[in-house]
Each structure stands twice: as C-alpha cells, then as structure tokens.
Design a protein around this ligand. Structure first.
Ligand SMILES: Nc1ncnc2c1ncn2[C@@H]1O[C@H](COP(=O)(O)OP(=O)(O)OP(=O)(O)O)[C@@H](O)[C@H]1O
Length: 275
C-alpha cells in the first residue's frame, strides 16, 4: 500500500513501550555455542530514555539487535507497543511491530553517491512514496537535526557528526515511535559527542519517542538516561538499574554536580574495571 501525503508534523505521536520477558541469546558458533545473554526481563515505558551500559562482550548489542528484530532470541518474548515482535516459529519479525522501530548504528552507513536528502529519504523509496513527498519529509527531518542547509551536499562534504545526524534523520523518516541506537557517537571526538548528546536530548524531548541507547561511556549514560541498565560481564545479565533524576533539559554543566559524580562513581565501581 502506498502512503500518502498527510499534515502530520514530521515526528508526531508519542513513544511506545517495549516489553522484554525472559529474553536470552545463545549463538551457534563454530567452536560451540556462545551464551551471549542470560534470560532477561526489562520493561521500557512509552517515551522513556533507557541506556544499556556494560563491559565489552556483555551482550548490549545482542539485546539491542533483538529489540530491532535483526536477530531472534533463543528464548523469551519481546513486545513492541503490546505487539509481539516475533510471532511464528521462524526468526522473521512481524512487520507491524518493525514499523515502530528506527535503528542507528555506530557507523552512519551513508551512500556516498546520494545527496543528504536522498540518503535521509532512502527508506521511503521502498514504500513507493513519490519524490515530492520524500523530499518534503527529508527536508523537515534535516531541519530537525540541524542540517537544513546541507540537503544537496554529499556525505563526503560532511563532518563525522553531521554524517551521524543524517543517519539519525534517516532512522526517523518512517516515523517510528522507538529509536534504537548502538554506540551512535562512539566514533566521534569528545566535543562533537557533547553536541550530539544535546541534540539527541532535544530531539527526544520534542518528539516524545522511546529511546534505547547502547554506550560504553558512563558519563554519556548518566547525561542522557532516565534509567541506566547495567549489564554484567558475559554472559550478560541485568546487574543493576539506576534512575537518573536530573531535571530536563540537561545542559553540560550537570556533569559538574556532585550527584552526577556520585552516579558515575557508583557505576564505575559496579563495572570494577570490567570495561
Ligand atoms: N554472531 C555471533 N556469533 C557468535 N558469537 C557472537 C556473535 N555476536 C556476538 N557474539 C558474542 O556474544 C557476546 C556478546 O556480544 P555483543 O556484541 O552483544 O556484546 P557487547 O556488549 O555489545 O560488546 P561491545 O561493547 O564490545 O560491542 C560476545 O562474547 C560476542 O563475542
């Protein structure tokens, strides 16, 4: 079915809940099975910002990729807005649940021969949406991520942070209610990363989407999250869940507050050199 033009603002509608019940993953590797994630329960509220933190190899990406429907759990169930993500016996995710999900990887994975707006609009081509509508929606999103002036640029003309903004806009183009982000700023320098954290917080506040983000950075986790979910060393399991109550919007000076330092120290202690 072809989507038509509508009058919705670019990212109207609030986030949906994610329900993870008994979800675990064992990979069938050549040298024998690898238990990446123990059966895990996690309820993410609509519009909540949850950060997954943990040592390398604890299964953060594995959990996020299962939430995205990219790989299937070995056991357990995932619901997106109350709809099961995996319905049958096979590993194929349900299309209606998938439509709620946008995914951002560490690398922007842009097509170098496409202009910014055509990279952002790429997912709409498969839906058969016409050029004028694709450009209209891509333009709105480019403006939302601060790239309104760069619609006709090519990726190589953009900095790393700008390229990642394009990737975020592309993940939002089909109006998902949930944004899943795997180390989205891991490859950026510290200053650009700060800017991107502020942009992401604003985007999240303006759109009301649910966000689940994976990071290695304790301070990024505390800055962004409503809740930090700490996973233990492989095989991963939930070791701790921390509420982060700083007022929104947060600015970068929040990291100078004693409570911020306390949370970072607490998490560092929990990780105990595992990172
Ligand atoms: N396709 C795969 N086949 C076999 N083992 C895998 C596969 N993918 C991941 N693993 C293993 O599962 C475990 C969890 O991997 P995962 O990438 O989820 O961890 P992570 O916490 O995201 O790590 P990092 O922080 O280093 O990115 C690791 O031991 C990894 O080697």
């Amino acid at each position: 079915m072809t989507e038509t033009t509508d009058d919705l603002p670019p990212q109207a509608g609030s986030g949906e809940a994610i329900s993870v019940r008994g979800v675990g993953k064992t990979y069938a590797a050549g040298a024998g099975p690898v238990r990446a994630l123990m059966p895990t329960d996690l309820e993410v509220e609509p519009g909540e910002f949850v950060v997954l933190l943990g040592p390398s190899g604890c299964g953060k990406t594995t959990l996020l990729r299962m939430l995205a429907g990219l790989i299937s759990p070995t056991e357990g169930t995932i619901e997106i807005g109350g709809r099961p993500l995996f319905t049958g016996r096979d590993a194929t995710p349900a299309r209606d649940a998938l439509g709620s999900l946008g995914f951002v990887f560490q690398a922007p994975n842009l097509m170098p021969w496409r202009k910014v707006w055509r990279n952002i609009a790429l997912p709409l081509e498969a839906k058969g949406i016409g050029r004028a509508e694709r450009k209209r929606r891509a333009t709105e999103l480019a403006e939302l991520v601060g790239l309104g002036e760069f619609l006709d640029h090519y990726p190589k003309q953009l900095s790393g942070g700008m390229q990642q903004r394009v990737a975020i806009a592309r993940a939002l183009i089909h109006r998902p209610s949930i944004l899943l982000m795997d180390e989205p700023f891991g490859a950026l320098d510290a200053m650009t990363r700060d800017t991107m954290n502020l942009l992401l917080q604003k985007l999240w506040q303006d759109t009301g989407k649910t966000v689940v983000l994976v990071t290695h950075s304790i301070s990024e986790a505390v800055f962004l999250a409503d809740r930090v979910v700490l996973l233990s060393h492989r095989p991963g399991r939930v070791q701790d869940i921390l509420d982060v109550d700083f007022q929104r919007p947060r600015d970068l000076t929040v990291s100078a507050e004693p409570e911020f330092g306390d949370l970072v120290s607490h998490l560092r202690g929990q990780l105990g050199g595992q990172q």
